[in-house]
Design a protein around this ligand. Structure first.
Ligand SMILES: [Zn+2]
Ligand SMILES: [Zn+2]
Length: 639
């Protein structure tokens, strides 16, 4: 039989040759790296014998499919270890996930850290035993019988839901699992793994059914990659914005006030104000009008906008004097009412309405996460109403805005375009024009982009900006969405040059997105050590003894004149202690003042990262840091 490979080459083999033997014939390195194979489009185990000529692609840990197969095999190894230690355990499902895998199991006792360690040790033994994964195909009834005898009620339920005549099961030694496969050749492959934590998970995600224990793990083909990943996890833990938010006294989320509702403390509120001030300034400069809308709008408006039909379960409602109101989940509606408040001509367009709009959306309490996933948040939201001819330059203006703002915060980013999904409204022509406008705008700005086929909103295509933080994690922030529907529903019009009435196009766009979420990302990106312009306290003045208190007050006064944000620590504490404390507060500059400094009008400068910078005259210090204390100059070019 003739086997063809991805590079176009082909070789002859005897019928019945296994995929493992074929890989071996191509070289020992490939044979070692191959986890499974794609044969004529379907995934197969390496032990599968081939009977006729076909095309074969070997899957290694460099392929997404290979990674999934590897991690899924890891979950089987974990499940086998669990069954050895807890024979009464019932298994539910165990899929691969990003960076790892999990398995949902039903055991009476709660699995703790120590138990995870014991499970890991058992997994080590299973890995050392190099037990082959073997596939078996059973008639559906036989499979049900097998798992009934094993007491695996969840598996029986899953098989009963399958319509297929046959069911495949995988065995590794005395362990058996119902599984589509494929799997790696033997358990010895899964040698670089770590179990991470456990969480509760309802069977089939149904809160009326039993709560199972979900055991999470990660696994990698190479030991060194496991190490890198664990370091990254550790780094992320240290940067966790919930932990830093507490330590730096930025914000809190109180059960008493309600889950997902953020309370900003003075330093967090200041941080947010700094960002919002920058945003207002930049929006005004770019020809946006700042507007403000109410938190509550009558339900009829939400019916007209389509939110009632499509978004109601995410909204909060209330009643005022017998009338139904909805708390806004988005800012679009007020902005359209402003547009409609007078007759618009083509000469008035584009109109750009900007609002730091606080919105409320219902999120299930299980998915809430610090500032990243909340129920109330503020967006830097704008709606641009323009003519079709203006679409390209308006999108380019937003793209340039994103670039400038990301530059100010020091983020790298990438862009993606999402196109028409299956369920969508609007004409083919509108979609094509808008998608083309988005692509052309990115091309014109020289920005490469990825296309997410069919991922657009139901009312129009969009650009998503994905930013990359200091430890390589990706975060979605800015979006630009084209919308033909809302202008239609609200009958927005302008009088064209031809004297006729036309419909404007609406762009929904955010630059940072949710300010709250962006703040969470910023805290993790900088690990709480914000650049001076964003630091709630920029300079902390520390006295060595009481004798310098008056000098410290005069230095603080001079710095405040400059607009610097200053705190003084005049407490009768050891200077080493005071320095340690302000380093924990991540204050960029510390000025240590003693008799010598007071006598000579100098300040001894310490930086939070590089420590002692020596004594300099006060004015010299001010000159040296002045530029860092204000937001970076953002380039702006009128287009
Ligand atoms: Zn499986
Ligand atoms: Zn909108």
């Amino acid at each position: 039989m003739k086997i063809t490979f991805p590079d176009g080459s082909s070789r002859e083999y005897d019928a019945g040759t296994t995929l493992a033997q074929i890989a071996q014939s191509l070289g020992p390195k490939l044979a070692r790296a191959s986890l499974a194979a794609e044969v004529n489009g379907s995934l197969m185990d390496m032990a599968t014998p081939l009977q006729e000529g076909t095309s074969v692609r070997f899957l290694t840990f460099d392929d997404a499919d290979g990674v999934d197969i590897f991690r899924h095999s890891s979950s089987h190894v974990m499940a086998q270890a669990v069954k050895r230690l807890y024979p009464e355990a019932k298994l539910a499902i165990g899929p691969p996930i990003e960076d790892g895998f999990y398995y949902d199991i039903d055991v009476p006792q709660s699995i703790n850290e120590e138990d995870l360690q014991r499970i890991e040790e058992e997994m080590d033994r299973i890995v050392a035993e190099k037990i082959p994964f073997t596939r078996e195909v059973l008639p559906r009834e036989k499979a049900i019988e097998l798992f009934e005898n094993l007491g695996e009620a969840y598996k029986v339920e899953l098989i009963r839901d399958i319509q297929d005549e046959t069911v495949s099961v995988y065995r590794q030694g005395d362990f058996v699992d119902m599984c589509r496969g494929p799997h790696v050749p033997d358990t010895g492959y899964v040698k670089s793994f770590k179990l991470l934590h456990t969480a509760g998970a309802y069977w089939r995600g149904d809160e009326h059914r039993k709560m199972l224990q979900r055991l999470y793990g990660t696994s990698w083909f190479e030991k060194k990659d496991l190490k890198i990943y664990l370091n990254r996890l550790e780094e992320a833990r240290k940067r966790d914005h919930r932990k830093l938010g507490r330590e730096l006294d930025l914000f809190s989320i109180e059960e008493e006030a309600g889950p997902g509702l953020v309370i900003y403390h003075p330093k967090g509120a200041l941080l947010r104000t700094l960002i919002e001030d920058l945003e207002k300034k930049e929006h005004l400069r770019r020809g946006y009008h700042i507007v403000m809308g109410p938190q509550l709008l009558k339900v009829d408006l939400w019916k007209r906008s389509g939110h009632w039909d499509n978004y109601r379960e995410n909204m909060y409602f209330t009643e005022v004097e017998g009338a139904q109101y909805g708390i806004k989940p988005m800012n679009c509606v007020s902005h359209m009412l402003i547009y409609k408040s007078s007759i618009r001509s083509y000469r008035d367009l584009p109109l750009r309405y900007f609002e730091l709009g606080t919105v409320h959306r219902h999120e299930k309490s299980g998915v809430l996460h610090g500032l990243l996933r909340v129920r109330g948040f503020t967006q830097d939201d704008a709606h641009i109403l323009c003519t079709p001819e203006q679409l390209n330059s308006e999108i380019r203006g937003v793209i340039a805005f994103v670039r400038d703002m990301m530059g100010a915060f020091g983020f790298e980013y990438g862009m993606e375009i999402s196109t028409r999904p299956e369920k969508s409204i609007g004409s083919e022509e509108d979609w094509e024009r808008a998608t083309k406008a988005l692509m052309e705008a990115l091309d014109d700005e020289g920005i490469p982009f990825k296309i997410n086929q069919g991922d657009g909103a139901f009312y129009g295509p969009k650009i998503d900006v994905i930013l990359k933080d200091a430890i390589g994690r990706m975060w979605q922030c800015a979006t630009v969405q084209c919308d033909f529907t809302l202008p239609e529903r609200f009958e927005l019009e302008y009088v064209g040059a031809d004297g006729e009435r036309h419909r404007p196009i609406m762009l929904h766009r955010v630059i940072l997105g949710s300010i709250d979420r962006f703040l969470g990302v910023l805290i993790e990106h900088f690990a709480g050590a914000f650049p001076p312009w964003l630091s709630p306290v920029q300079v902390k003045i520390l006295t060595i003894t009481d004798r310098s208190a008056n000098y410290a007050r005069s230095v603080a006064g001079r710095l405040k004149e400059e607009g610097f944000r200053v705190e003084t620590d005049l407490r009768n504490e050891k200077i080493g202690y005071k320095i340690r404390e302000s380093r924990l507060e991540k204050v960029p500059f510390m000025l240590v003042l003693g008799d010598k400094e007071a006598d000579t009008g100098t300040v001894a400068v310490r930086h939070r990262e590089d420590g002692d910078r020596g004594a300099v005259p006060l004015e010299e210090f001010i000159e040296g840091v002045r530029d860092q204390m204000v937001p970076p100059a953002i380039p702006y070019k009128e287009n």
